[in-house]
Design a protein around this ligand. Structure first.
Ligand SMILES: Nc1ncnc2c1ncn2[C@@H]1O[C@H](COP(=O)(O)OP(=O)(O)OP(=O)(O)O)[C@@H](O)[C@H]1O
Length: 292
């Protein structure tokens, strides 16, 4: 469990802004902090990592106090069991992938962690390569592995996939899920990507002007409805066609387009480019072989 109760005066986009947040995150959950630019998302992660000192408040992780302004406790970044991955990969350019990981491995950690991580994050064929010869997604996989070699208790991810193209982002999301299931790490992700939120997050905190104004499961927070469908997929509206009394909405999901029938009520407010959630209570797929 992570308990956060923090305040910090920040220089907001329109002058001084008081960041004041209280949040409780269950151990092993993957949660998202979502909000407009300048809302204070990165500052929260930096305070958790010990890179930015709050003015007041507390941070406790699994009942260990990392920060308490009243008791004058402020653990240094290296004393906090956090791993983080930012948008830019920041790998050492003069070291191979493996050397980058070895460099990050603390002496107290057994060396087999490296082999295990290289396996899980599928870096076997890349381990002797230099970072500049890798694609953005490959570099981000190395950055993720590097964050994990210290066996952190909390993983902080600040828009780690935002610089990647759609295909690479989807693959990296799968890696994040795999790592999350393997290690059960409490993970805090900052992202603007709706599909990523619905795919990865158990809970989302909406942040505005330094305050959390809403929190809950993504479908509760974004659809304002209690929806109990079994299958949920997110996509982007490509076009909307009127058809007698209903509408046919073409939605891009990954690289596939599906057509969804919408009532006039459901169609209201929908436009091309909107991110949408498609929910189905029943799912009766037909399977067919497509190769010989
Ligand atoms: N150390 C600091 N002292 C004072 N103000 C700061 C400090 N660090 C950041 N800020 C300001 O606090 C505000 C919030 O910054 P932060 O980076 O946390 O926002 P964000 O929600 O992550 O934004 P973005 O989505 O653009 O990355 C910004 O206006 C920023 O200039």
């Amino acid at each position: 469990m992570i308990d956060i109760n923090l305040t910090k005066t920040l220089q907001g986009p329109d002058g001084k802004m008081m960041l004041a947040v209280e949040a409780h995150i269950n151990q092993g959950d993957l949660v998202v902090i979502y909000g407009p630019s300048g809302a204070g998302k990165t500052s929260i992660l930096r305070m958790l990592a010990g890179l930015l000192q709050p003015e007041s408040g507390k941070i406790a992780v699994n009942n260990v106090c990392w920060f308490d302004s009243e008791k004058n406790i402020h653990l240094k970044p290296q004393q906090r069991k956090v791993g983080f991955v930012w948008q830019d990969y920041a790998l050492f350019p003069n070291m191979t992938v493996k050397e980058n990981l070895q460099y990050a491995l603390p002496r107290s950690q057994p060396a087999h962690i490296l082999t295990e991580l290289i396996d899980i994050i599928e870096l076997n064929r890349l381990q002797d390569r230099m970072p500049q010869s890798l694609s953005g997604g490959q570099q981000q996989r190395v950055a993720l592995a590097r964050a994990l070699v210290r066996s952190p208790e909390v993983l902080l991810l600040d828009e780690p996939l935002s610089a990647l193209d759609e295909g690479m982002r989807v693959k990296m999301q799968d890696f994040l899920l795999k790592v999350h299931h393997q290690y059960g790490l409490t993970t805090i992700l900052v992202t603007h990507d709706m599909a990523e939120i619905f795919k990865l997050a158990k809970k989302i905190f909406l942040l505005h002007n330094g305050k959390i104004f809403k929190q809950g499961a993504p479908h509760e927070v974004f659809t304002h409805q209690d929806i109990s469908g079994k299958y949920r997929i997110t996509g982007t509206v490509l076009k909307i066609d009127a058809n007698d009394v209903v509408y046919v909405v073409s939605v891009l999901i990954g690289s596939q387009i599906i057509k969804v029938i919408a009532t006039a009520e459901e169609r209201k407010g929908l436009k091309t480019g909107d991110k949408v959630l498609i929910i189905s209570k029943a799912f009766n797929p037909i399977i067919m072989k497509i190769n010989n």
